[in-house]
Design a protein around this ligand. Structure first.
Ligand code: C5P
Length: 236
C-alpha cells in the first residue's frame, strides 16, 4: 500500500480564553497534566510533525504564564495577540501567518489550546484526507447518545435524529485565504462563529467531516482533566 503524501501546513492555536467552567486559579491551558501544562502538550502534538512549517499561538496580551514555558523560546512557535472572542483570536493569528510569509493557498490547521490529546494518527488522517480537497474540513465525532431538544421549561420538546449529528472537534483545516475572508466577513456581519467551519459554511461552502478519535477531547470541566490524568498515568 502506498503511504499518502501529506501536505505542508501551519498550525494556529487560539489560547487566549479564560476557561471559566474549570473554576481554576489560572486559564485552563496552563493547568498541569503529567508534568507539563495542557498548552505544552497541545503544541507538542504538532512540533514533531515533519510537514509543520510553524505554529502561531494567540495569547491574551497580558498573559503572565506563557513566557515561563520552554516552548515560548522555540523558533518555530510565534505569538499573536488574542481577541475578544475565539474568532477574533484566530483572525489575528491568520494575519500573523501572512506577515510571516504564509501564502493564501497554504493549509492552516486551527486547533484548540485545550485539546492536548490529539493523536498523531488523527493528524495524519486529516492531512491525508483533505490534501486535495477544494474546501477543507475538520475532525469530528458522530453523536453517540440519544439527543433531546429542550424547551424553555427544561422539559423535552422532541428527540432529535442523531444519525446526522456530529460533534465538531479540531484541528479544522482550511486554506489561509479562504478562511481569512470567511472569518473577516462573518465578524463584520456580526454572525456568531464558534469554530472555523461555521465561518466557511456561512460563506456558502461545505467542509468535510473526517471521523476522529473521541478522546481528542476539549478540557472544559474539571472531570475532563481527571479523565486525561488517568489516561496519561496509564500510558507512562
Ligand atoms: O472556551 P472554549 O473552550 O470554547 O475555547 C476554545 C479555544 O479558543 C481555547 O483554546 C481558548 O483558549 C480559545 N479562545 C481564544 N480567544 C478567546 C476565547 C477563546 O483564543 N477570546
Amino acid at each position: 500500500m502506498n503511504t499518502p503524501v501529506l501536505p505542508p501546513f501551519w498550525a494556529l492555536v487560539p489560547a487566549a480564553g479564560v476557561g471559566s467552567r474549570m473554576r481554576a486559579e489560572r486559564p485552563k491551558q496552563y493547568l498541569e497534566l503529567g508534568g507539563k501544562c495542557i498548552l505544552e502538550h497541545t503544541l507538542g502534538c504538532f512540533l514533531d510533525h515533519p510537514q509543520l512549517r510553524g505554529i502561531v499561538v494567540s495569547l491574551a496580551v497580558d498573559d503572565p504564564f506563557w513566557p515561563t514555558l520552554a516552548c515560548a523560546n522555540d523558533p518555530r512557535v510565534l505569538r499573536a495577540d488574542g481577541g475578544r472572542e475565539r474568532a477574533d483570536s484566530v483572525l489575528n493569528g491568520l494575519l500573523r501567518l501572512t506577515e510571516l510569509g504564509a501564502d493564501e493557498q497554504d493549509w492552516v490547521l486551527v486547533h484548540d489550546a485545550a485539546r492536548p490529546n490529539l493523536a498523531q494518527s488523527d493528524l495524519d488522517l486529516l492531512l491525508a484526507e483533505l490534501a486535495d480537497d477544494p474546501v477543507g474540513g475538520l475532525l469530528a465525532v458522530p453523536a453517540r447518545d440519544t439527543l433531546k431538544r429542550a424547551g424553555a421549561d427544561g422539559r423535552v420538546r422532541e428527540t432529535v435524529d442523531r444519525s446526522v449529528i456530529w460533534q465538531a472537534y479540531t484541528p479544522q483545516m482550511f486554506r489561509l485565504g479562504m478562511l481569512h475572508r470567511a472569518l473577516a466577513e462573518a465578524l463584520v456581519s456580526d454572525v456568531s462563529i464558534t469554530d472555523e467551519a461555521s465561518a466557511i459554511e456561512w460563506a456558502g461552502q461545505s467542509p468535510r467531516l473526517i471521523e476522529g478519535r473521541a478522546d481528542n477531547l476539549k478540557v472544559t470541566r474539571p472531570e475532563d482533566l481527571h479523565y486525561l490524568e488517568r489516561l496519561w498515568r496509564g500510558r507512562h
